[in-house]
Design a binder for this molecule. Structure first.
Ligand code: HEM
Ligand code: HEM
Ligand code: FE2
Length: 444
């Protein structure tokens, strides 16, 4: 760690880690409702409430991680301290308070009711204030030296896009089609646009520092990926406009452009593997490198392959809104963004704590357990989805009868989820061990 204010990132990573743990707990509670005949929590925490807490925690912890990653990255790229550490800490506390209020509020049914964007308007305004403070602080830091790098440019572009798009999720529209039209500007354009840029920039930075490859090489690919992500990702929004009452041309536009979306993601995998291979110096922190490779591969399968599988309108008309969607949602979010944040944490935290991390057994065990379990989660939900599509959509059986036939696969899903929870627990233990460890112990 070269700059004192890079330390700010640690508290962001700490909160991200705690919320990740809580997200998994709420995942298990939500999943239990698939397999248990009698739900003892039905009146306190029904399915819709535990589901909204589960997915909101996901988004909030990922945002904490992105912000932490940014606070770690920017001083080193700009070669200057963060403009205002006070603002950065204030922003952290404010965001955490809003997050906690939202979650407690959901339990008391204080909710707006749009998946992922359930926060009541007043809390959304608070989130906008958090985003403005964050962007202001980052921009002022970059302007202090005016040392522009491609990594910084892409990161800033992604973060501004992320904040601007959120505004489209604040207004309430009477017409449901219009509402969903703009909902996707947040949901799709976040995960397949803005977040991809943030991810690309952060991954490029981490690989640059870990492997010591030429900056020009990493940056050249970042240009290509950014261009392609924006090109395919923005028009690819059409894959959500097939069946909501929008004009017919979206079938063509959405089908063709979203089918091209795996390309930039594939380039990211190739890029990562090449960067790791073309290392000029011996890689020291192997733990972080394994996470980076895992992330690139899982990102490609979860988002690229699992996304492509149901993106063409001819297929999506059968699979839309089934467990196939949930299978892809889990796989993509975990592979692309949860793993990215864990990569950054394993890269930055040892540096912040002054620990020389080489090969950390517990971390790699967590990596294997979570990855393997997530593949099982994705597969079991996919099979449940295929049963659902066939019985409900092809044979025309009614919804609830079909749910009964899916139970076996829900049970496989829930068992795999416990495996995932064990992996997540290992990671959390390791995070705290790393935070309070000496150099020698971290290498075990
Ligand atoms: C990291 C990137 C991605 C993430 C995190 C992600 C996540 C998600 C999530 C959570 C949903 C469910 C939304 C909802 O209805 O509640 C979804 C839907 C969908 N995704 Fe992705 N996705 C990603 C990339 C992609 C890509 C690259 C493609 C296409 C190649 C794709 C194709 C689709 C399609 C077609 C749907 C709609 C499913 C339906 O009709 O029910 N996704 N995605
Ligand atoms: C212990 C493990 C987990 C369990 C048991 C679990 C369970 C569930 C359940 C039951 C749902 C509701 C699906 C529905 O609407 O029918 C859900 C939604 C979701 N979960 Fe999880 N989850 C777990 C871990 C995760 C992880 C690690 C991630 C991402 C990193 C994640 C991301 C999501 C997303 C994006 C949705 C919304 C999907 C959609 O809109 O289609 N979950 N989860
Ligand atoms: Fe999408």
């Amino acid at each position: 760690m070269k700059y004192e204010t890079q330390k700010i990132a640690y508290n962001y990573f700490l909160i991200a880690t705690l919320l990740f743990g809580l997200q998994v707990v709420f995942g298990l509670i939500t999943g239990a409702k698939y397999v248990w005949d009698h739900d003892p929590l039905i009146n306190i925490l029904p399915f819709n409430v535990s589901r909204e807490i589960h997915i909101n925690l996901l988004v909030v912890w990922l945002l904490f991680g992105f912000m932490g990653g940014t606070y770690y990255l920017v001083p080193e790229e700009s070669e200057t301290e963060i403009y205002s550490p006070g603002l950065a800490n204030f922003q952290l506390v404010l965001f955490a308070l809003i997050g906690v209020t939202a979650i407690v509020g959901y339990i008391f049914r204080w909710s707006w009711g749009m998946p992922f964007l359930e926060q009541p308007t007043i809390l959304k305004i608070g989130i906008v204030i958090v985003a403005l403070i964050f962007l202001f602080n980052i921009l002022m830091t970059m302007l202090k030296t005016r040392k522009w790098t491609v990594i910084q440019g892409v990161l800033l572009g992604g973060l501004v896009m992320l904040a601007l798009l959120f505004l489209f999720g604040i207004f309430f529209m009477k017409n449901l089609t219009e509402q969903y039209y703009y909902w996707w500007w947040v949901i799709h354009l976040w995960v397949e646009g803005a977040w991809e840029l943030v991810t690309g920039a952060i991954m490029a930075f981490v690989l640059l520092k870990l492997t010591g490859v030429e900056r020009e090489l990493v940056e050249k690919w970042l240009y290509v990926e950014t261009g392609l992500v924006l090109f395919t990702g923005i028009v690819g929004t059409g894959h959500h406009y097939y069946w909501i009452g929008t004009p017919h041309y979206w079938l063509w536009v959405g089908g063709i452009f979203s089918a091209l979306e795996p390309l930039p993601i594939l380039f990211m995998v190739i890029d990562t593997l090449r960067d790791v291979r073309e290392k000029k110096i011996e890689i020291e922190n192997k733990t972080a490198v394994y996470w980076a490779i895992g992330c690139a591969v899982m990102h490609f399968f979860g988002a690229g392959v699992w996304g492509f599988a149901h993106t063409l309108p001819q297929i999506n008309k059968w699979t839309h809104g089934t467990q196939i969607t949930a299978s892809h949602g889990h796989f993509a979010f975990f592979g692309a963004y949860a793993m990215l944040n864990l990569t950054v944490i394993y890269f930055a935290v040892p540096r912040i704590k002054g620990v020389k991390l080489v090969r950390n057994g517990l971390s790699l065990m967590a990596l294997r357990t979570m990855t393997f379990s997530m593949i099982l989660i994705a597969l079991s939900l996919a099979v449940a989805g295929i049963v659902q599509v066939y019985l409900q959509r092809v044979l025309g059986m009614d919804y609830l009868t079909v749910q009964g036939f899916m139970k076996l696969w829900y049970a496989v899903f829930w068992a795999s989820a416990w495996g995932f929870a064990i992996g997540a627990f290992m990671y959390i233990v390791d995070f705290f061990r790393l935070s309070s460890t000496t150099s020698a112990r971290a290498q075990q």
